[in-house]
Design a protein around this ligand. Structure first.
Ligand SMILES: [Zn+2]
Ligand SMILES: [Zn+2]
Length: 379
C-alpha cells in the first residue's frame, strides 16, 4: 500500500482549521479535481479519492481526533479510532453521501461542464441606442425604439412543428438520466435527450412559419420613458424585451444606451451647465442687460459695470436635475469680453480721448469697494 499523504496537507488546511474551513477546502478542491471535469487525466480519480478520504476523516470530530493522535496507523476497531477503520481502500464507501450533501442533484449537471442542464435557457439580451437632446436629458422624454429580436414562433409555440408527439425516449422531459458505477460509487448524470434534441417532442409536421426552427425574427417597437438627468453612456434596462428564450425559458432584456447630443449653447458639467456669454468691452465696463439661453428658454441677466473677462455669473437651479437627490444644479455663465478688432477713425479718437482721461485707478478698482465689485460678478 502506497504511503498516504497527511490529510491536512491533502486539503491544504492547517491542523487548527475549523470544520467550515475543512468543508470549504474540500468543496473547492472537489470541483477542480473531479474525474468528470478531468476526463483526460488518469490521476484525477486517485486524487479525488484521496481528497474525499481526507475530508471524511477531518469532517468527523471523532475520526479527526483519532487521526490527530494516531495518524494513519489508527488501530482498527480501537475505542479511540474510527469505527471500522478509516474510509478508503476497500472500506471506501461513504462517498455518495458526501457528494449528495454537497452537490445534491446538480451533480453531473453543468457544474462539471457536462452537457446536461435542461432548464430551458433564457433568451439573449439586445442592445440599442437612442439619441436625446440636452433638454430631453434634463426633463425626461418618451421615446419609441425599434428592436429586431428573435421570438418564439406563435404558430407552433416554439416547438417547430404543427403536429408533434411526446418523445418516447425521454417521456417528454427533454433529458435522460444515466446511472453508472464507477470506482467512486454510483454516478448519476443528466443529459439532453438525443432523440428529440432536448425539446421533449418529436415533430411530425414541420411548421411552415418558422421552417421548423421554432423561432422567428421580429421587429418590435417599444415605448420607453427616458428618466430625467440621464447622461451619455447610461444604459436603461427594459426587462424581458430581449430575445425570446427557449419555450418555457425567460426572455432576455433590452438595454437602451443613451447618447445625449451636444447642445450648441449649453455644455454640461456634471449637474451644472455652462454657457459662454459674449459681452462687448463697453458692456462689461458700463454694465448691460442681456439674455442667456437656459433649458427653459432665454432668461434675462444683468452684467454689472466692471465685469471682468472670465467672470462667472451663477444662475442657481438652472442646471441639470440631480439623478440622486433633489433639485437641480446651476447654470454658470462665463463672461467672454469682446475687444474690437477693427476701429474707424472716429472710434479710435474716442478711445484715445478716453485713455487720456484714464489712470491706473480706472482699472484697479478706483471706484467702489472690493465687495461692490464682487457683487457685480455674483448676482
Ligand atoms: Zn413555427
Ligand atoms: Zn426526448
Amino acid at each position: 500500500m502506497a504511503t498516504k499523504r497527511d490529510y491536512y496537507e491533502v486539503l491544504g488546511v492547517s491542523r487548527e482549521a475549523s470544520d467550515m474551513e475543512v468543508k470549504k477546502a474540500y468543496r473547492r478542491l472537489a470541483r477542480s479535481h473531479h474525474p468528470d471535469a478531468n476526463p483526460e487525466d488518469h490521476g484525477a480519480e486517485e486524487r479525488f479519492k484521496e481528497l474525499t478520504e481526507a475530508y471524511e476523516v477531518l469532517s468527523n470530530a471523532e475520526a479527526r481526533r483519532a487521526y490527530d493522535t494516531y495518524g494513519h496507523q489508527v488501530p482498527r476497531g480501537s475505542a479511540n479510532g474510527y469505527p471500522g477503520g478509516y474510509p478508503g481502500g476497500d472500506q471506501f464507501g461513504g462517498f455518495q453521501d458526501i457528494f449528495e450533501t454537497f452537490f445534491g442533484d446538480s451533480f453531473g449537471g453543468s457544474f462539471f461542464g457536462g452537457q446536461t442542464s435542461r432548464a430551458p435557457s433564457r433568451g439573449a439580451d439586445v442592445e440599442t441606442e437612442v439619441e436625446v437632446s440636452l433638454r430631453e436629458a434634463a426633463y425626461g422624454a418618451d421615446r419609441e425604439v425599434n428592436v429586431q429580436i428573435v421570438k418564439n414562433c406563435e404558430v407552433c409555440e416554439g416547438v417547430g412543428g404543427t403536429e408533434s408527439h411526446t418523445c418516447g425516449t425521454c417521456g417528454g422531459a427533454g433529458a435522460v438520466r444515466t446511472v453508472r458505477q464507477s470506482i467512486l460509487g454510483q454516478m448519476v448524470s443528466t443529459q439532453a435527450c438525443s432523440a428529440c434534441g432536448g425539446r421533449g417532442r418529436i415533430i411530425d409536421v414541420t411548421c411552415d412559419n418558422c421552417r421548423g426552427g421554432g423561432r422567428v425574427s421580429d421587429l418590435q417597437t417599444r415605448r420607453l420613458r427616458i428618466p430625467q438627468g440621464v447622461e451619455t453612456g447610461m444604459r436603461l434596462r427594459v426587462s424581458g424585451a430581449g430575445h425570446a428564450g427557449e419555450p418555457g425559458g425567460a426572455p432576455g432584456d433590452l438595454y437602451v444606451r443613451i447618447n445625449v447630443t451636444e447642445d450648441p449653447e449649453l455644455v454640461r458639467d456634471g449637474e451644472d451647465l455652462i454657457h459662454r456669454l459674449k459681452v462687448s468691452f463697453v458692456g462689461a465696463a458700463l454694465g448691460t442687460q442681456v439674455e442667456v439661453p437656459t433649458l427653459d428658454g432665454p432668461a434675462p441677466v444683468s452684467v454689472e459695470a466692471g465685469t471682468q473677462p472670465g467672470a462667472t455669473l451663477r444662475l442657481r437651479g438652472e442646471g441639470m436635475p440631480r439623478i440622486r437627490g433633489r433639485g437641480r444644479g446651476d447654470l454658470k455663465v462665463v463672461v467672454d469680453v469682446m475687444v474690437p478688432t477693427r476701429l474707424t477713425g472716429e472710434q479710435r479718437e474716442l478711445l484715445e480721448r478716453f485713455d487720456e482721461v484714464s489712470g491706473e485707478e480706472t482699472y484697479n478698482g478706483g471706484g467702489g469697494s472690493f465687495f461692490d465689485r464682487l457683487k457685480g460678478v455674483f448676482r
